[in-house]
Design a protein around this ligand. Structure first.
Ligand code: GDP
Length: 186
């Protein structure tokens, strides 16, 4: 006789500047879809999605917060009880990386001390050339290097991924990576 795998619920919050692709990453993970001109999220949106990782089943309870400054003061309400956070920036927008650094520091100061954080540099598709390889010419749209992202993640002891919500690159890996990192007792 076999027993069903116990499902672990994980409250996860997305943070990052407006338009970096937070809602698009969630839409890709939950429905495997992409919308070119997404309506901005007002306040916060809530979605759930199950994810099987080996023998564990994780039910992600996802809070997708609005990036607009006027909602920033509400963020603590969403990350206070979160077990996981995804801090997103756009690899073509340096200001969004600076903002991501602030979010990571705020989480380390204010959120639960055992929160699992993933830093995500999104819109990787924008730096690929026609043959699907990274465009390393001076015309590349990339403005934040992979090393800058990795260094910040290493300094802060958090996970790091570059993704594309548009073509799906590495999106599931973010949620699997977080699931593997969540302490068993949760
Ligand atoms: P949010 O404000 O952070 O939730 O960002 P959205 O998910 O609303 O995305 C903002 C804009 O960026 C929309 O026009 C999306 O279609 C676009 N976008 C999101 N992710 C990607 C991506 O990976 N690649 C590209 N090229 N565009 C993206």
């Amino acid at each position: 006789m076999s027993f069903p795998n116990p499902t672990t619920s994980v409250k996860l919050v997305l943070l990052g500047e407006a338009a970096v692709g937070k809602s698009s990453l969630v839409l890709r993970f939950v429905s495997n879809e992409f919308q070119e001109n997404k309506e901005p999220t007002i306040g916060a949106a809530f979605l759930t999605q199950k994810c099987t990782i080996g023998s564990k089943v994780i039910k992600y309870e996802i809070w997708d917060t609005a990036g607009q400054e006027r909602f920033a003061s509400l963020a603590p309400m969403y990350y206070r009880n979160a077990q996981a956070a995804i801090v997103v920036y756009d690899i073509t927008k340096p200001a969004s990386f600076i903002k991501a650094r602030h979010w990571v520091k705020e989480l380390h100061e204010q959120a639960s001390k055992d929160i699992t954080i993933a830093l995500v540099g999104n819109k990787y598709d924008l730096v690929k050339n026609d043959s699907g390889e990274e465009d390393d010419s001076e015309n590349s749209l990339r403005k934040v290097s992979i090393e800058e992202g990795q260094n910040l993640a290493d300094e802060e002891g958090i996970l790091f991924f570059e993704t594309s919500a548009k073509d799906g690159f590495n999106v599931n890996e973010v949620f699997i990576g977080i699931g593997n990192h969540i302490p068993e007792s949760n």
